[in-house]
Design a protein around this ligand. Structure first.
Ligand SMILES: NC(=O)c1ccc[n+]([C@@H]2O[C@H](COP(=O)([O-])OP(=O)(O)OC[C@H]3O[C@@H](n4cnc5c(N)ncnc54)[C@H](O)[C@@H]3O)[C@@H](O)[C@H]2O)c1
Length: 317
């Protein structure tokens, strides 16, 4: 893959911090656009990246920044179901209008440039748009979101598809599984929650009976898929990026205790509103068209993740 000029929105968040490192290691030039509302500049400060401190809702800033890139990876978002339930307007603004600002900036470049310098656009989505569908999640199922987060991601996906359909922007939508790995201390996802709980006070909370399932993917595997999507000539496509394996929260917790050697105490709490009960994804489409496969199994990925949490007990607080 030749060296690319890439803009990563949300590049100082969990996935961004891992992706940016992989990109730099592979010789790409990276610019991060982040408002540091969730991520921290500490995750990227020492890297050789350009950092733009700004909000994707600031249209003038976005139009100004989005110039001269081969690709954009759009990660910046209101990233979870609970936040969307607390403040659906904010979720809608950031996830839909923020995405539209970036797509518009790309379209205007395409209109103005005789050289068609419009960047490829990779959009970070999730299974939340699918909502009330039985697993496995496939890309062709009709979405039935059950949370504002699912609705806003679905709307943003639709705009990505529409910009390909109307103007030929090479947009690729990646529906991520449940991502875990280093640089996730600030997250409230289940793996980050459990490791943080083990480190902080030895208590972790399980919502519901623990039988609910997720498809857990290690962040390094995920980042490889993002790079393949950037390199692809395809557009207007949706791919699931997960492992195809279903793991219950109880099973996950056992492996986490094993790799950390930490015997945390469990608090059981009522199930969270808007959470999907059972979930895993079919990955045959991404395997076929992006030639991507996950390599890191759950136990190994959790070992790497625990090592990072353990080594960074005092950092990033
Ligand atoms: N982590 C997962 O398991 C998972 C699963 C499915 C989809 N995703 C998607 O992947 C993307 C990245 O998620 P993450 O887990 O790294 O989350 P994160 O919160 O760690 O990163 C998001 C980054 O976006 C930044 N940001 C938020 N609002 C912004 C705004 N208005 N302007 C500029 N920057 C803003 C935050 O400061 C943060 O650094 C998100 O779009 C999320 O919805 C994540």
């Amino acid at each position: 893959m030749k060296s690319l000029n890439v803009l990563v929105t949300g590049g100082s968040g969990f996935i961004g911090a891992n992706l940016v490192r992989m990109m730099i290691n592979q010789g790409h030039n990276v610019t991060v656009l982040d408002d540091f509302s969730m991520g921290t500049e500490d995750y990227v400060r020492d890297l050789s990246v350009n950092i733009v401190d700004g909000n994707i809702l600031d249209r003038d800033l976005v139009f100004d920044v989005v110039k001269g890139f081969d690709g954009i990876v759009h990660l910046a978002a209101q990233t979870g179901v609970p936040g969307s339930l607390r403040n659906p307007y904010n979720d809608c603004q950031v996830n839909i209008m923020g995405t539209l600002n970036l797509l518009e900036a790309c379209r205007l470049i395409k209109d103005k440039s005789s050289k068609n310098m419009c960047p490829k656009f990779v959009f970070a989505s999730s299974n939340a748009p699918l909502g009330r569908q039985s697993p496995p999640a496939t890309e062709d199922k009709v979405p039935i979101p059950i949370s504002p987060y699912g609705a806003s991601k679905l709307a943003a996906e639709s705009y990505c598809l529409a910009y390909y359909g109307s103007w030929g922007l090479k947009t690729i939508i990646l529906r991520f599984g449940n991502v875990y790995g280093p640089f996730s201390k600030h997250k409230t996802s289940v793996v980050a929650n459990f490791f943080n709980g083990m480190i902080d006070d030895g208590h972790i909370t399980i919502y519901g009976n623990g039988n609910q399932t997720r498809d857990f993917i290690y962040v390094e595997d995920l980042c490889r898929a993002v790079l393949l999507a950037l390199d692809s000539e395809l557009g207007g496509e949706i791919y699931n990026v997960a492992t195809g394996n279903e793991t219950s929260i109880t099973e996950l917790f056992k492996i986490m205790q094993d790799v950390s050697g930490d015997l945390a105490e469990i608090n059981i709490s009522s199930p969270r509103q808007g959470d999907i009960l059972h979930n895993y994804s079919s990955i045959s489409k991404v395997q076929k068209y992006l030639k991507w496969n996950p390599y890191i199994n759950l136990r190994t990925g959790l070992k790497y993740t625990w090592k990072w949490f353990d080594q960074n007990r005092e950092a990033y607080n």
